[in-house]
Design a protein around this ligand. Sequence first.
Ligand code: ACO
Length: 325
Amino acid sequence: MTRVRSIVRGVGSYLPQNVVTNAELAKTVDTSDEWIQQRVGIKERHIAAEGEFTSDLAVAAAKAALDNAGLTPEDIDLIIVATTTPDYTFPAAATLVQMKLGMHHGFAFDIQAVCSGFVYAVTTADSYIKNGLAKRALVIGAETFTRLLDWTDRTTCVLFGDGAGAMILERAELAEGEPERGIIASALRSDGHHWDKLYVDGGPSSTGTAGHVHMQGPEVFRHAVGKITDVVYATLEQSGHTVADLDWFVPHQANKRIIDGAGAKLGLPPEKVVTTVDIHANTSAASVPLALSVAVADGRIKAGDLVMLEAMGGGFTWGASLIRW
Ligand code: ACO
């Protein structure tokens, strides 16, 4: 019996040119490099230029992933963009990416699960591939998240950055006895009762404005480690693997203390945890594919490695995906 799997063909990323360090931020915000590094482990973030939109970041990451895979837009039949910051309320950023890649074929849509968006999008693409609706999916996490920030609110504005990461998933049929490859197991969760612990106070149906981020930081922190580890264990259980089998843990990059807490609770050696929050800050749906791209480019993640992705964000939403690279 053959098994249909979604295998990873390539990854890529894009970061806006403008890098803002904590020290630079402290010139206009009542904060310090020491406070930010100690509380969340962030040193700097990239901020998109005026006129640079989420779909632009997404296209740059998509082109890098296509190059990495040795593919062209012709080869793609599904585009999913995970984003909280689309260029327009509609159409979906994914259709703008499709246009900017010169495609008239296939189908494209956005997923909104805030920081968990990329894990949701990977899992959705996997389902479309497995049920035969798509052969090759371009899955992108892209955000101009800093556009949702109130720069006078020091409790939130120091935490976030802009960027995009992309992954190409391809349908493969594994023959009888052939070792597992691609996406092995995933778990997705949400609980909307927590909506006001992390939310944006605007939207087309409420205020008609984009709004600004509000966060009950200590409450988010209190929920994060438990929810992350639960969903990682659920994913491992489905697959018959254990934490000890993991080669790499690629968590959502919100906060070094949350990442360290989750790693410690899982019993993972710190050297197996990919951390880029120091140089990217929290880029919401872009954070996992940005971290993945760094670890693939520097040679840490290689073919055959067992990689666990996880994320948690507004909603709350959370999820994990286990991939044999
Ligand atoms: N610079 C300097 N001081 C600050 C800043 C800042 N940027 N922000 C807050 N403070 C001050 C507060 O005003 C407060 O001062 P006070 O004691 O004089 O009143 C003090 O620091 C402590 O404030 P708390 O909010 O209690 O700080 P806490 O230790 O809880 O840390 C933090 C806040 C870092 C946000 C923490 O709650 C946290 O990590 N939460 C998780 C949130 C997170 O990572 N969110 C990302 C999005 S969610 C996701 O992606 C999973």
